[in-house]
Structure formats: structure tokens, C-alpha cells
Design a binder for this molecule. Structure first.
Ligand code: PLP
Length: 394
């Protein structure tokens, strides 16, 4: 098979071999239910608690503040719905941004049907939430601010410390969707005043279907999945023991390799951005130039369709994305690209490339050459481009 160049690490990552290795005994030997009392069950319980500790350590949390979920989506749903219910005597207003993941936006829309008022903050042209608008949006009834740590499409990192400080000053809870940031950026929940944080293992070389919600001690929050007494009665269901074990190993590994890995990724990312924007005309970089995830590059090429570009790149063994994996398949342009002010036709011609620790300069050189050729071919087929060239000549 032709070599695959995988540049869609914001969609998901390859599970690391040491993660798989750590998980295997929990399928074969330590398969007991952590709630049972015999000794093989004690091994499972131990695995869960080690995983919890490894994860808590990465964000400076206490072990008992980590609640396992079935992924980032569940953690986001839980945070918003549970706060809306538990704090309904205090108020019914939530503040979020227009560029959140659909796990947040669709939950907000659901809550709006049930009496919650939501303010969706605008962002600037780089995708950064405006702090003065955030302050202005606060009402006496505001119970929660939920702003993502870093955006999954354009990679922009939000001023989380400032947002945390504003929330604290007003006595409002602060939740952040850190699905893209956990393991990529240093996070300390105390220093950043974060009360709740969502994360997901499969974005950091861990397994799919396991995530967590960090809930600061003292935050009132009801259970979301009803049933048994697992997760201190807050999240019922037999624990995904191999998943939790794998997540713990992946989190520890991500924290230990973060500095070196992200330095290398940042350098390659900047090389890619520099070459693409210099060598391909009518191209723009989406997202903040420097305050962006170390592995994220997102471009818009005028006069082309992102979907066609993706299909042709796939033919060359290159995996990228034209928006988030969840929105691809739909013809609507990305809500994130529209929120940063791109017109529909430019938002349609976007390409997200997200690097991994395994990405090399040689791979990126190949990718740039292929993108250049394909963009040129697609433009030559575009009537809009033809008109543009004709008009430019006159
Ligand atoms: N939030 C963000 C920012 C994401 O990027 C994703 C996944 O792409 C999610 C939430 C959903 O996470 P999961 O796939 O674990 O449900």
C-alpha cells in the first residue's frame, strides 16, 4: 500500500503502542468488574484509580475531581446540562462563543428549548473571544461561562486565564472544552480558575470512547447518566477499565513529551504555513498566527471547493480535513470560518492539516507540492477563477 501521510490529528490520533500494551491485560487477565469484591476485581479498580491519578496530575487536579465519561461530547453535555439544573435557583443564563464544538452548541440549543438563555459571543478575525464583550454579556442571572480552550478547526487558543479571572470575579462557574488542548498545552486548573474541564483520550494517542469531566470540589452538579453508584454516584455505568488505563498512560506520556514534541510540531507547522501562504496565490491562513495549537494549520484557497481538494489529496495518500470531522459530509460551510468573517465561497475552500509527533519535513514538502498542483488544477476548472483572471487582465 502507498504510504499514508496522516495530517488529521485534530480528528483523531493513532493509539500509541505503549497505550495498547498497557490496556491489553485489562481485557485478558484483569477483566473483573471494579465494583466486585474478589481480587481480580481489585486489580481492575486499581487500574482505574491509577489512570485517574495520572490524569489529575496533568491538570493539577485532585484525583476525586476527575469523572470518567464516554468521551468529550458526553463531558460537554454533562457540564452544561447539569449546571443548568443544579443552579436554576441562581439563574438561567449561560455565556458561550460562536466557535464552540457542536457538543457545546447543540447542547446550548437544547437548553434554550428548556428555558435557558444563551449568549453566543462573537470572536475577532483570528477567532479570539473579545473580553470586553464577555464582561458586557454578564447578567445577575449568569450561572456559567463555557469557552473552549483551543479551537478544533482553526487552532486559536483563547485567553483562558483572563476568562477564568472574569468568571471568578463575578462568582460565575467557568467550564472549558479542552478536548484539543489537553496534552498539547500546559493546563493548571487552579492557576486558570477553571471549575470544569472536558477532555477526550483519542486526541492524545489514547483509545476512543473514553473522556473525562473535571469538576472542582464544591461545584454542585447532578448525575447525568442514571444507574449504579460508580464515579461517586455522579456517572453510572461499569467503568471502561481498559480505556481508563490507556487514557492514564496516554495523558502521562503527553505531559512528559509535551515540551519537546510541541516545539518540533510548532517548527514544522510554521514551515508548512510559510510555504503554503507564500507559494500558493490567493491563499489565507485561518486562525491566530501565533496563539494557535502547535500542530494546527488551516488555509482557505480562493476559487476552489475544499471537498474536491480533500478527495484529490486522498488519491495522493494525504489525509486532511475541510472543517471538523463532525461537519464534513454537510454542505454548510464551517460555522467557525463564518464566525471569523469569511464569506461563504472562501469558507468552502478550506483545508485543515494537523500534524503529529511523527510528521516529518519531507512529508510536508510532498504535501505542499501536491496541494499546489491540485489547487492549480481545480482553479483551472473553475469558471469563477476564469472570470477573475479575465477581469484582472483588463
Ligand atoms: N470538543 C472538541 C473541541 C472536539 O474537537 C471534539 C472532537 O472532535 C469534541 C469536543 C468531541 O469529543 P469526542 O469525539 O471525544 O466525543
Amino acid at each position: 500500500m502507498e504510504k499514508i501521510i496522516y495530517l488529521d490529528n485534530a480528528a483523531t490520533t493513532k493509539t500509541a503502542p505503549e497505550v495498547v500494551e498497557a490496556m491489553i491485560p485489562y481485557f485478558s487477565e484483569h477483566y473483573g468488574n471494579p465494583s466486585s469484591i474478589y481480587s481480580i476485581a481489585a486489580e481492575s479498580k486499581k487500574g482505574v484509580e491509577i489512570g485517574r491519578k495520572q490524569i489529575a496530575d496533568v491538570i493539577g487536579a485532585k484525583q476525586e475531581e476527575i469523572y470518567f465519561t464516554a468521551g468529550g461530547t458526553e463531558a460537554d453535555n454533562w457540564a452544561l446540562e447539569a449546571v443548568a439544573e443544579a443552579y436554576k435557583n441562581k439563574g438561567n443564563h449561560i455565556i458561550t462563543s460562536k466557535i464552540e464544538h457542536h457538543a457545546i452548541l447543540h447542547t446550548c440549543q437544547y437548553l434554550e428549548k428548556h428555558g435557558i438563555e444563551v449568549t453566543y459571543l462573537d470572536v475577532d478575525e483570528n477567532g479570539v473571544v473579545k473580553l470586553d464583550e464577555l464582561k458586557k454579556a454578564i447578567r445577575p442571572t449568569t450561572i456559567l461561562i463555557s469557552i473552549m480552550f483551543a479551537n478544533n478547526e482553526i487552532g486559536t487558543i483563547q485567553p483562558i486565564k483572563e476568562i477564568g479571572a472574569i468568571a471568578k470575579e463575578h462568582g460565575i462557574l467557568f467550564h472549558t472544552d479542552a478536548v484539543q488542548a489537553f496534552g498539547q498545552l500546559p493546563i493548571n486548573v487552579d492557576e486558570l480558575n477553571i471549575d470544569m474541564l472536558s477532555s477526550s483520550a483519542h486526541k492524545i494517542n489514547g483509545p476512543k470512547g473514553i473522556g473525562f469531566l473535571y469538576i472542582r470540589k464544591g461545584v454542585k452538579i447532578r448525575s447525568f447518566i442514571h444507574g449504579g453508584a460508580q464515579e461517586r454516584k455522579r456517572r453510572a455505568g461499569t467503568e471502561n477499565v481498559p480505556g481508563i488505563v490507556g487514557y492514564g498512560v496516554a495523558a502521562k506520556r503527553a505531559a512528559e513529551t509535551m515540551k519537546e514534541r510541541t516545539e518540533k510540531e510548532r517548527e514544522l507547522r510554521d514551515y508548512l504555513i510559510e510555504r503554503v501562504t507564500r507559494e500558493i496565490p490567493y491563499t489565507r491562513l485561518n486562525g491566530h498566527r501565533t496563539d494557535r495549537l502547535p500542530n494546527n494549520a488551516n488555509f482557505s484557497f480562493q476559487f476552489i471547493e475544499g471537498e474536491s481538494l480533500l478527495i484529490m489529496l486522498d488519491g495522493k495518500g494525504i489525509c486532511g480535513s475541510s472543517g471538523s470531522a463532525c461537519t464534513s459530509g454537510s454542505l454548510d460551510p464551517s460555522h467557525v470560518l463564518l464566525a471569523i468573517g469569511l464569506p461563504h465561497e472562501i469558507a468552502h475552500g478550506s483545508l485543515r492539516l494537523t500534524l503529529s509527533e511523527e510528521t516529518t519535513k519531507e512529508e510536508l514538502d510532498y504535501v505542499v507540492e501536491e496541494v499546489k498542483k491540485i489547487v492549480e488544477r481545480l482553479r483551472n476548472m473553475s469558471p469563477l477563477y476564469e472570470d477573475f483572471v479575465k477581469a484582472a487582465k483588463h
